[in-house]
Design a protein around this ligand. Structure first.
Ligand code: SF4
Length: 239
């Protein structure tokens, strides 16, 4: 893989627009580039930005089998509106079978549930690419504060985070300006939307961090998709 001066790139990207960073990634990685989405509350913005520059970029979405029906409707609306080149990923074990074997594993052990239903299919799909664009922001959670625009993982994969410095207001201004569809649950206070079990996603109360509704009351703050390269979370697969 091509090597880069990541420190310099990240210094330079602090003053670049998201479009410029995405454009750099498209030029550098060509067919080796992908992006991921959760079709959550703010996903429409990155999908719109990317498809203005690279309309047929493969978009990875891990359908865990536990999504809100509103998320799947939002997915369908965005696929149609932006003509997304969607690559939908599914866990190896169908949801019915998973529930029959493990019950509501997401309640006592969400890490194990995420490892099987989210991270494993995503990690497998990522092997087809050299670089991956995500929509994380530094102000979403403490775990994301030190994120960089371009991150190199073991010289195997480059992660690109072009929205790091966006604020919530910037998202909504952009979505309004471009008439993008919004997630139906956003109006009900769901500011960060993952899977539908209440222990995984609940509405956010006034003044709370947008991600505080995810696995509320548990130490868990990330499903692992944004962190598995560092933490090898996939090794927590239930037996
Ligand atoms: S978010 Fe919840 S239901 Fe979804 S994979 Fe993780 S633990 Fe399972």
């Amino acid at each position: 893989m091509e090597t880069y001066d990541y420190e310099k790139l990240n210094r330079d990207f602090e003053s670049k627009s998201s479009e410029e960073i995405i454009g750099w990634a498209v030029r550098e990685f060509g067919p080796g580039l992908t992006m991921s989405t959760s079709f959550g509350a703010e996903s429409a913005v990155l999908l719109h930005l990317v498809t203005q520059i690279k309309p047929d970029l493969p978009v990875l979405f891990t359908n865990t089998g536990f999504h809100f029906k509103e998320t799947l409707a939002h997915r369908d609306a965005l696929v149609k509106r932006l003509r997304l080149n969607l690559r939908e990923l599914k866990p190896e074990m169908p949801t019915d079978e998973f529930l029959a074997k493990n019950g509501r594993l997401y309640e006592p052990d969400p890490d194990a549930c995420c490892a099987v239903n989210k991270i494993a299919p995503f990690e497998k799909a990522l092997k087809d690419y050299r670089a991956w664009i995500t929509g994380i922001r530094r102000n979403q959670a403490d775990t994301r504060k030190s994120s960089q625009f371009v991150e190199n993982y073991r010289d195997r994969l480059v992660k690109i985070n072009p929205l790091l410095n966006w604020t919530g207001k910037m998202f909504w201004d952009y979505a309004q300006k471009h008439g993008l569809p919004y997630h139906p649950l956003w109006e009900k206070g769901y500011l960060s939307i993952g899977c539908s079990p209440e222990c995984c996603t609940r509405p956010v109360l006034g003044g709370e961090n947008p991600r505080s509704g995810r696995w509320a009351g548990k130490a868990k703050t990330e499903c692992g998709i944004q962190t598995f390269l560092k933490e090898e979370a996939a090794s927590q697969t239930p037996k």
